[in-house]
Design a binder for this molecule. Sequence first.
Ligand code: FAD
Length: 550
Amino acid sequence: MKIVIIGGVAGGASAAARARRLSEEAEIIVLERGPHPSFANCGLPYYIGGEISSRDKLLVAPVAMLRQRHRLDVRVRSEVTQIDRDNQTVTVHDLDSGKTYIESYDKLIIATGASPFRPPIPGIESSWIMELRDLGDADRMHEAATARAKQAVIVGAGFIGIEVAENLVRRGMHVTIVELADQILPPWDREMAIPIEAHLRKHGVDIRLNESVQAFEETEHGLTVQLQSGETLSADFAVVSIGVRPESQLAADAGIECGERGGIRTNAQMQTNDPNVYAVGDVCEVSCFVSKATVQIPLAGPANRQGRIAADHIFGRMSAYRGTQSSAVVGAFEMTAAMTGLSEKLLNRAALNYEKVYIHPSDHAGYYPGATQMTLKLLFDPQDGAILGAQCVGTNGVDKRIDVLAIAIQAGMTVYDLEEVELCYAPQYGHAKDPINMAGFVASGVLRGDQPIVHLDTLHPSTRDEPFLLDVRTEQEFAAGHIPGATNIPLEALRERTGELPVDKKIVAYCQVGQRGYMATRILIQRGYEAANLSGGYRLWSNSMIDRAD
Ligand code: FAD
């Protein structure tokens, strides 16, 4: 068996290593255009910022290791320029010698990844405009950030834009992020992205939302960046990180079927329309695990798993790719944001029914030093309680909760299951009733009718049916800030003061995070009032009110 793999980083290297483990006899050739196979793309921003101080650490599996330990025929600086499916060959351009040769295959794996999208903005070809995909890009940015550069403009506030922003700030640079959407992390729900946005601003990152770049112009010392609003920014360099496009032209030219967004179509074994050709990683389109829609989601975990699956299938094992869940995590200084499954935005776009709850638990027992608060949003099916998605933002324990929910989604679990999951506990790590259980209690309470809730968006003046807004926090908390129009009756006094409440109006109770509001709702419902708890409480309301002015 002769296997040729095009692209030797996440998906390609994973396929190659798995193939070797399954067959000592196979001839495995890895053709990589760049100078390094198997480098850590995900670590590049942290090398630029200095957190990873040694560049060598980014070379996860250097050529020598792949050749000696795995006996892979790894050829770097080798670009495949053509696939001939009839003759089962590829044309390889040796970028060092300039020579071209033909290599035959029994099975071909395309793992060419995705390349950063460069919008057709005037001046974009300047050498001071960078993107971050490989070590060469990282070297350039590292050199600029450690030499003379003082200010940078980052176009796009996705994961890579945010990671680069953090790391350039760590290098002492002034960073401006320009984002077309009205929020950072555009696939997220806005209210869950706001705390991270506020935190980045706190660390000096200048974030311009609803804004775009009209033109770049080179100056003697760098660039001017002309914004749509009319403002002009100066920068030593700019980083464009507005998404990636699958590098599938090579495949398309060979008649391999691609989808509307350019990703290569495969079956669950990562086989293309040609049974001798597989495709893995960012170059593929995938099905969303939750909605089953066809999507293009570039993530390292899926690329690695798909590489394994393709190799398995070549050697007769029927492992299957289950779809991509979009489990992702991003750090910004001390804060973390993580998500899995669909966001509310994407559920709306897919026209799927959902209900949502918000909780604001601490990451571990409040009595143990160092507890920090997080916000967890859980999205679920209002009929059967199936978990559809979750987002979490906070300082500690965020990734752990989203990882648990990612498994819950894949296992087809419901919010009722979350009430019962048993997670490890000691006060410095979590709660006897972990935030995962709490999210389950709240969501199940909503579905059982024990805990009617309303959402902030329904309180918007244009849509509200004028409920009576009842703030059940203490007088001091109320005085420090409350939702306009609310009446304050502290929870402790509520039983004695129900006579002050209108009987002909729905009562929406709220507290800081939702717990006292829930208690108030239970008291009122049992006394015959129509009552509901404001999901997410005052904290969510005040988060969404954060002044975005600089
Ligand atoms: P790649 O890893 O991009 O590898 C494709 C390789 O194919 C490239 O090296 C390219 O040179 C080579 N190639 C392309 N065309 C040819 C050709 N014709 N001939 C020969 N070789 C070719 N994902 C996460 O899940 N978490 C993270 O924290 C994260 N952080 C990231 C940070 C950065 C800065 C970047 C750039 C990406 C990050 N990602 C992250 C995304 C993740 O790295 C990708 O999803 C993953 O690397 C995709 O693997 P792949 O094998 O499909 O493609």
